[in-house]
Design a protein. Structure first.
Length: 80
């Protein structure tokens, strides 16, 4: 049974870009939903992160924090 839904223009454009030849928008949505079916609860307990991996994550966050601070400082200087 067909249904009508409202979506924003940006979502429509994103779906249109995902659309394959001879594929309906319903097919696109169905395909994307199947591809993204996994839930966080499916991942919980599957794998434990090592201390080394966690340290790498922390390093990446620290690098990002420093870059954000540097960018903010540069943007504030431009405004002076």
């Amino acid at each position: 049974m067909p249904r009508t839904i409202m979506i924003s223009d940006d979502v429509y454009e994103a779906l249109k870009e995902e659309k394959r030849p001879k594929e309906s928008f319903s097919d696109v949505i169905r395909r994307l939903l199947k591809r993204n079916r996994s839930k966080i609860s499916d991942l919980a307990g599957r794998r434990t992160i090592t201390k080394e991996e966690w340290a790498e994550v922390e390093r990446a966050f620290e690098i990002q924090r420093k870059l954000t601070e540097r960018r903010r400082d540069l943007l504030l200087k431009v405004g002076d």
